[in-house]
Write a new protein. Structure first.
Ligand code: PLP
Length: 195
């Protein structure tokens, strides 16, 4: 099924995406790093048509916060979208999420060993072609939390990604080492929760 996009907003979304990408590039240059930064376009509350517009402009990484909303939208959109789950995930919704969204690339909000175990078990059961990416939520107010996570995993800190930065602060986040920014309203416009 293909979703029609309206020409007026089409240009607005494409333009905003280009602008955000250019601002990320500049921030990467200022930071002196070479590691690429992934732009996750946060499409929560936005209709499938708006996501299709961003897709048509070449974008592939999208972020959603609510399981049911993602389950509703993903089947309406192209199968090569890389979905990033960025909301709180209850363990009892994990199976529905993985079954209903084959293009789920990453759960960015793993906040318990229980959830990690469950995701691992379900991903194995489903024999996913692509490994499911995960990010651990760390409490950044504790100085050593990052180092502790890296030591516990037995991997070097620079092989890890860091998801930090939204519309209001993504450039600073990139300058501070973020490799994954989650930008919503700057791309899709303000969200309307009244509906
Ligand atoms: C909504 C949301 C974003 C995007 O926020 P904007 O300010 O619209 O860019 C990013 N991350 C999370 C976890 C969110 O819930």
């Amino acid at each position: 099924m293909s979703v029609q996009s309206s020409p007026a907003t089409d240009k607005a979304v494409a333009r905003a995406l280009k602008d955000v990408a250019a601002r990320i590039d500049s921030a990467v240059k200022r930071s002196g790093r070479t590691q690429p930064v992934r732009l996750v376009a946060v499409s929560k509350t936005k209709p499938a048509g708006a996501i299709q517009e961003a897709y048509d402009a070449g974008h592939r990484d999208f972020g959603e916060n609510y399981v049911q909303e993602l389950l509703d939208k993903a089947p309406l959109l192209p199968g090569d979208i890389r979905w990033h789950f960025i909301g709180h995930l209850q363990s009892n919704k994990a199976r529905a999420l993985l079954e209903g969204v084959p293009g789920l690339a990453c759960v960015q909000t793993v906040d318990s060993a229980k959830l990690a175990d469950r995701l691992n078990r379900i991903a194995t059961d489903l024999q996913r072609q692509q490994k499911l990416g995960v990010m651990l939520q760390v409490n950044t107010s504790g100085d050593e939390s990052k180092a502790q996570v890296a030591a516990a995993l037995g991997v070097s800190a620079d092989s890890l990604e860091l998801s930090m930065g939204m519309s209001g602060d993504f450039e600073q986040a990139v300058e501070m080492g973020s490799t994954n920014v989650r930008v919503g309203s700057t791309i899709f416009g303000a969200r309307n929760y009244s509906k």
